[in-house]
Design a protein. Structure first.
Length: 318
């Protein structure tokens, strides 16, 4: 019996089936694969700063703690500084997953938390883990945060994350929500949504311009089209009054503080070029940086930037 690669089968199905039927078959395959993957896993405990959380046994956090011990520690520094300055404003965690980044934030401040996660699977863990946080008020939303538009496609899972792949043939239709549907203000907005970070910023421009929060978003650029999107985001941020950027690599190491977004774009272009070379030549070493975390400080909060850089550079020092 001859076996064909999955990619070959998908190509044949897409070629000969009507788009709607192809989309339904593909979504059914993804759904069964997801169910099998979830059923294999048990729940285990993991300590993240001040809290013990429950996570799936094959979650990527286990490897992150061993291989990237500094990852996301800057979130705690940022939360402490910004909540001290704006104690009455909440912190939004968009793409909260199982609550791991919320645990870091909650370990450093008692600000109100608004935790947003779209995956049914991870949201169950988030609900359980949020019960242990000692913050004054914690509000949870199970939905997609974006620009308020409809999405068509399907949800996919990999390691310890989930993401929505837009596709006109997909049969999952989702109404996304804008930021002002979650809160009337925020001191800090953390965005990590595997593909929708740019759209969340540009699609909520007027809300963010009004709130003026500290923003951190994950930047993963793999193509020139995505670079164009990022350039548009920086234009929007400048119009909103953002005046300084701090950049961390995917392991949590501080790289750059600058009031010039062009400096940030140069770093991003380095990351993109590594990825493109790897895809083209295959013999190149694996890319050393897969994404950046980019902090955006509003001009009203430039008094915090030097202290932030000082503190993140001392994280982990004994």
């Amino acid at each position: 019996m001859k076996f064909y690669k999955t990619s070959t089968v998908k190509s044949l199905l897409k070629r000969f089936l009507p788009p709607t039927l192809y989309g339904r078959i593909l979504e059914s395959i993804y759904a069964r694969r997801t169910i099998r993957h979830h059923r294999k896993q048990t729940s285990i405990s993991i300590k993240i700063q001040d809290y013990i959380l429950s996570i799936p046994s094959q979650h990527g956090l286990l490897a992150v703690q061993q291989q990237q011990p500094r990852r996301d520690l800057h979130l705690g520094v940022a939360a402490a500084l910004i909540s001290e300055k704006y104690p009455s404003k909440p912190i939004l965690d968009i793409g909260a997953n199982v609550g791991d980044t919320a645990a870091i934030i909650a370990s450093h401040c008692k600000a109100d938390l608004v935790l947003i996660e779209a995956s049914d699977y991870f949201f169950e863990y988030l609900q359980q883990n949020a019960l242990v946080f000692k913050n004054n008020n914690i509000t949870l939303f199970k939905c997609f945060a974006s620009d308020g538009q409809m999405l068509k496609g399907w949800i996919k899972y990999r390691s310890g994350t989930s993401y929505f792949e837009t596709n006109d043939n997909g049969t999952t239709i989702i109404q996304t929500k804008k930021l002002d549907e979650f809160s009337s203000s925020a001191s800090f907005v953390k965005i990590d949504t595997d593909g929708f970070d740019f759209k969340i910023i540009s699609g909520n421009k007027y809300t963010l311009q009004s709130w003026k929060p500290l923003i951190v978003f994950e930047c993963e650029v793999r193509s020139e089209d995505q670079m164009v999107e990022l350039n548009s985001v920086f234009r929007d941020l400048k119009e909103m009054g953002y005046a300084k950027y701090c950049v961390f690599d995917d392991q949590g190491y501080f790289l750059l503080a600058s009031d010039q977004d062009d400096h940030v774009r140069q770093l991003v272009n380095f990351m993109k070029q590594q990825y493109c070379d790897e895809q083209q030549y295959r013999t190149c070493p694996r890319i050393s940086i897969t994404n950046y975390d980019i902090y955006c400080f509003h001009q009203d909060d430039l008094d915090l930037t030097d202290r932030f850089v000082e503190l993140v550079n001392s994280v982990g020092e004994q």
